[in-house]
Design a protein around this ligand. Structure first.
Ligand code: ZN
Length: 255
């Protein structure tokens, strides 16, 4: 009788980046196509979110391509922005908004045309000169200016940003703190994943198409389930976490 041995493909997983649970597991490696490396993707069995630890520092030419991508989707985004702003104004009298991760500032440009007071943040240095030339609008060159934001804005908009940041709890905390201080609302959108997309990724770990949420894994380091995102907002003191699919799939938050 031979000795029974097990060689489980186990890799110790860190605590959950989103909910701090210890019930996490290594899921599988995920290909980072830009730097041609793999990173370990982890899964939280409590909040059903995924993440990988690679914090990608993008080279200048990639930052330029990222900024140019924002211009390429302006025609697509314009009706989404109008759809979103119409719904937001119907929900609450919005006369001003902050945009975290404003890209080349299409939304703020449309907001300004509607007479709104707008301020925007983006860490991509290439976006600022494009926004200035295209929309004559300035960008604050950082993720978020909590310390300097003593001024009240009615709404905090954060679209397609939280999936990029290594500390998503930290950013939600900043948004929650600001909203509590000023009575502002927030709209946060990320490319949510679900069980179906997780299984699809498990079976086909090299996504072929940009519509797959795992395709841009160099820069999409967080994959939120809707359940995990909602729980995260409740933990940060939200009083309203309402599914609000207007243009983008996201949530209307109040704290
Ligand atoms: Zn979790």
């Amino acid at each position: 009788m031979g000795e029974i041995t097990t060689k489980a493909p186990f890799m110790a997983a860190p605590r959950c980046r989103f909910c701090n649970s210890e019930y996490t597991t290594y899921f599988r490696d995920i290909p980072l196509r830009r730097i041609k490396q793999n990173a370990p993707l982890y899964f939280c069995m409590v909040c059903e979110c995924m993440w990988h630890p690679q914090d990608c520092v993008e080279p200048d030419d990639q930052l330029k391509r990222d900024a140019e991508w924002h211009i390429s989707v302006e025609d697509r985004n314009t009706p989404w922005i109008n759809n979103f702003l119409n719904a937001a104004v119907a929900r609450k009298p919005i006369k001003s908004f902050i945009e975290i991760g404003c890209g080349t500032s299409t939304m703020r440009s449309i907001g300004r045309e509607r007479g709104m007071d707008v301020i925007g943040y983006d860490t991509n240095p290439v976006a600022a000169p494009i926004a200035l030339a295209r929309h004559n609008i300035e960008i604050q060159p950082c993720l978020w200016g909590h310390d300097t934001l003593s001024k009240k804005y009615d709404l905090v908009v954060c679209i397609s940003t939280l999936e990029h940041v290594p500390d998503p709890n930290g950013l939600i905390h900043e948004i929650a703190t600001y909203c509590k201080r000023h009575g502002s609302a927030a709209f946060v959108s990320v490319p949510f994943t679900c069980e179906r997309s997780q299984w699809h990724f498990l079976l086909e770990p090299v996504p072929k198409d940009i519509s797959n949420p795992y395709y841009l894994s160099d820069v999409h380091i967080n994959h939120f389930s809707r359940h995990g995102f909602e729980q995260m907002c409740w933990r940060h003191g939200a009083t309203k976490v309402d599914f609000f699919p207007r243009g983008w799939i996201g949530y209307w938050l109040e704290f």
